[in-house]
Design a protein. Structure first.
Length: 449
């Protein structure tokens, strides 16, 4: 394999990738509103000579190169979060600007840059004849990830009937190669009360006061230690072999689980009345050894939840928001934890491509490097479509993508042009370095579904 030719080809496409990414950023594309960026992506695929470019019923853009029976896929979600408070941005998040080094705007790092790099990585494969015999390449620009991680791949796998040998997730990795991440779930706690006139609150039963007790204990669950005398043992306990004997080592690799109250709701007859209901949402990040059932039981076991008995309901959210095409594909808001072995052939294919062209350490623009002084092969802090690819469907997954986790969901989001070039080159080399699926189970840890 001519690695210098691959690097030269990727560098030659920098201006094209920059233009494509700026076009995508300029089209607002929050979850369930991705039609414009999907059609723009299809147009780019067709211009670059993809063998086939199609939109599936959920609205994902699927671009194909090659004609083999076996599939190697590259996934990038094309949707973004909103812009939040516009006063936190120094420039227009949908037009932004570029310098010689960076591209500014919502979605650059998270993660339309990954879509761009994988589209051009596939183009380089075709230009240089790098698609192995018997394989075809799928570039999937996927929808609804910010709303519901992995829903798109549940649909692609279960309904489109597509099962790749492995998937490269192009989520931002700060120059690293990532083989897993924590899972998550979305929990809701509902508390009932009884309203009365606010002038005599003792006549009612204030649901907000009950919820206040519960919220403090949710906070304690996140912040407490796991000492023997601690009544509400903190989530840090899963790093302790005493509480997680089978999976504490995997938990230490991924990091401890966390929980935080992310939303609060209430009902009351008026501002002059006691609240008769209150509810909160909990963002629960799950490490190895935790299940959706264990996480629900943990909340139900809190002293205040038990104290208020039948007035409290703890449940998991369901997702049923229609895609931009109108299709509704319901799923539980549970996103399983996963880790693949560092020795797995698909992980090593990415590592070998990086080492052959860029060395054994992370690279990047000097401004990005302070966050890149870490092992080349590591894990994400946040979750990705890998929760379905590997977590639900058992399809091997590995991460390598342009941009930085710290830019995700932040105002003044940027990505680096150098990352686009690096990733496109690595993507182009990966299929030819993949040694095929052997008999060994590549999965180190996968949460129950």
């Amino acid at each position: 394999m001519d690695f210098e030719a691959i690097k030269k080809a990727a560098q030659g496409y920098e201006k094209d990738m920059t233009r494509f990414l700026r076009d995508l950023i300029a089209i607002p594309s929050e979850s369930c509103g991705e039609e414009g960026v999907i059609k723009r992506t299809i147009a780019e695929m067709e211009k670059l000579g993809f063998d086939k470019a199609e939109i599936d019923p959920e609205g994902n853009a699927l671009g194909w190169m090659g004609s083999g029976d076996k599939i190697i896929a590259f996934d990038g979600h094309i949707d973004t979060v909103g812009i939040g408070n516009i006063s936190n941005w120094t420039d227009d998040p949908y037009r932004g600007y570029e310098t010689g080094d960076i591209i500014y705007g919502r979605g650059g790092s998270d993660q339309e840059g990954g879509v761009v790099a994988s589209v051009y990585g596939a183009k380089i494969m075709k230009d240089l004849g790098l698609i192995p015999e018997g394989y075809k390449i799928l570039v999937a620009a996927t929808v609804q990830e910010e709303d519901c991680d992995g829903l798109c791949w549940q649909y692609i796998h279960n309904e489109d009937g597509i099962t790749p040998e492995f998937v490269v997730s192009t989520e931002p990795t700060d120059g690293g190669i990532y083989r897993g991440h924590r899972g998550r779930m979305e929990i809701r706690v509902d508390v009932k009360g009884v309203s009365c006139h606010g002038s005599a609150p003792e006549r009612g039963d204030n649901a907000i006061y009950k919820m206040a007790d519960i919220v403090q204990e949710i906070r304690a669950l996140n912040e407490n230690d796991d000492a023997e005398g601690t009544e509400i043992k903190g989530l840090v306990k899963m790093l302790n072999p005493l509480y997680n004997p089978e999976h504490f080592e995997d938990a230490r690799f991924l990091g401890r689980g966390t929980c935080t109250v992310s939303q609060i709701f209430f009902t009351s007859p008026s501002r002059c009345a006691v609240a008769d209901s209150c509810a909160v949402s909990i963002d629960r990040r799950m490490t190895a050894g935790e299940t959706w059932d264990s996480c629900l039981k943990e909340i139900r076991a809190l002293p205040s939840v038990k104290k208020y008995g039948d007035d409290v309901k703890v449940s998991m959210y369901m997702y049923d928001r229609p895609a931009w095409t109108g299709l509704k594909y319901e799923t539980e808001c549970y996103f399983p934890t996963w880790i693949n072995k560092e020795s797995a052939p698909h992980v090593q294919a990415v590592a070998e491509a990086h080492k052959a062209m860029f060395g054994e350490e992370r690279i990047g623009h000097p401004d990005a490097m302070p966050l890149r002084k870490r092992p080349l092969i590591d894990k994400w802090t946040f979750s990705t479509n890998g929760v379905a690819i590997q977590g639900r469907c058992g399809i091997p997954c590995v991460g390598f993508g342009p941009g930085a986790e710290s830019q995700a969901h932040a105002p003044n989001e940027i990505t680096w042009k150098q990352d686009l070039v690096t990733c496109a080159a690595v993507y182009a080399a990966v299929p030819g370095l993949y040694r095929g699926k052997g008999d060994e189970d590549v999965c180190e840890y996968r949460a129950q579904v």
